[in-house]
Ligand binder design. Sequence first.
Ligand SMILES: [Fe+2]
Ligand SMILES: [Fe+2]
Length: 205
Amino acid sequence: MRTIESAYYDEEYILIVEEILDHREFQIMDTWIQHISTRRLSHLINVSYISYKIAKVLKLDSASCARAGLLHDFCLYDFHDSRYKHTKQLINHPKIASETAKEKFHLSDKEVRAIRSHMFPFGPIPTSWTGWIIQFADKVCATAEFFDGIGALNRAKHGKSRKYEALATYIKTAAEKGNPAENTSQERAQKRSGEKSPVELGPAK
Ligand SMILES: [Fe+2]
Ligand SMILES: [Fe+2]
């Protein structure tokens, strides 16, 4: 799934998060895959922007939703690296993300806690509206990205099988017509001279 494009054109949102988006280490997030075909940077912007919009509608703290949403998976390693056991990673990464985020950016206590609780119920219960919104937006985005990835894989598979189907039809047709390379030297000579073969001339009258 791609990044929600309207996020880039929302000047008010960009003003809140540009310090994070421009950070060199944050940009590393674009090098890792998060859900099948979605990069981590796209996932983070999606969660951040949806959380920001929800908070705006509900007249809650949209700036902290935007910032904590953007940093909720800010771990400086690939989640698919075999060195990190999957279940352990599921439980540990919110704490690692909150510590990395705190180290690189100035975050409020509410934002740090929201990052830490984003895997609820596989972790601490959210203690603020920001926390509740982020854990909800993360689940919605992860599900959408997962199904989008499955769809992309199916389309690729289907496209591939159609390609091979076309190739098989071509080979079958070519086999029925006969391989031009296997034509007799007499037929090739006839073709060159433009002379019609006895078959093309039809039966003698
Ligand atoms: Fe996460
Ligand atoms: Fe996430």
